[in-house]
Unconditional design. Structure first.
Length: 247
């Protein structure tokens, strides 16, 4: 399924993997630069290694949750989970939990750093979604519009390029976060704004998704929409609470 960027003898480099690695490296460089500039803090490399592991485990774990009955009935296929594919919200949740634990353990101020990591997330996410586009996964519903694209995984059926829709929406969110950061009234505002903005964008994008994924209510409420709703609800409450404290 994954397009090959480079192949030599028995060594194959896939475009999807290159996008993930490039996005991760760019995000690490941005984070190191911003934490040094804004917080006078130098994060050790182990922090980023552990974040990568947390994101990998979370993305794969939620991939299992999308089809738990199938994998329970076909335990041998559990190993196929590790061959490709991630659930973004799974990676995001595990990374957030790990980051909060790590920062508290090392007595590092949490909210200012989370504001930096919010923009970091948009960097790696946008480039990662480009990887999805090249891989032909996470595609949309069939369409006859001029925007339609066919992938090998859609059997020549023209579908919405929802991967590119998401890249575009993430870039818009990134731009808004820079504006919010410039005018922010309290620590954590950028981070909480990101969760709300992405939750809204993702919920709308799910309406165009056509690939096989998990649903809470079949064909009406996907796992991602359900998680987004929970995130938006909790985050909105925290946003208003933190905002009222600064007034």
């Amino acid at each position: 399924m994954y397009p090959k960027l480079l192949e030599y003898q028995n060594i194959t480099i896939y475009t999807y993997a290159i996008c993930i690695v490039f996005g991760t490296l760019l995000a690490i460089l941005y984070t190191k630069w911003q934490t040094k500039k804004r917080l006078n803090l130098v994060l050790p490399n182990i922090f980023f290694y552990l974040i990568f592991i947390a994101g990998y485990v979370g993305g794969k774990l939620f991939l299992f949750f999308e089809r738990p009955i199938y994998y329970i009935q076909n335990p041998k296929n559990i190993f196929s989970i590790f061959s490709g594919g991630f659930v973004f919200y799974g990676s995001f949740i595990c990374i957030i939990l790990f980051t909060f634990w790590y920062l508290k353990k090392h007595e590092i101020t949490i909210l200012p750093l989370m504001d930096i990591l919010a923009i970091t997330t948009t960097i790696v996410h946008a480039i990662g979604r480009m990887g999805c586009f090249f891989a032909g996964c996470c595609y949309g519903k069939p369409t006859n519009s001029i925007l339609g694209i066919s992938f090998p995984s859609t059997n020549s059926v023209t579908v919405h390029p929802t991967q590119l829709y998401e890249v575009f929406s993430i870039l818009i969110i990134m731009s808004l976060l820079f504006i919010i950061r410039k005018n922010k009234k309290f620590d954590g505002q950028v981070f909480l704004s990101y969760i709300i903005l992405y939750g809204i964008a993702r919920s709308l994008l799910e309406l165009f998704r056509g690939d096989s994924r998990g649903f809470i209510i079949q064909d009406y409420l996907s796992h991602s929409q359900f998680i987004a709703f929970i995130f938006i609800s909790i985050t909105t409450y925290l946003y208003l609470k933190l905002k009222s404290i600064t007034l």
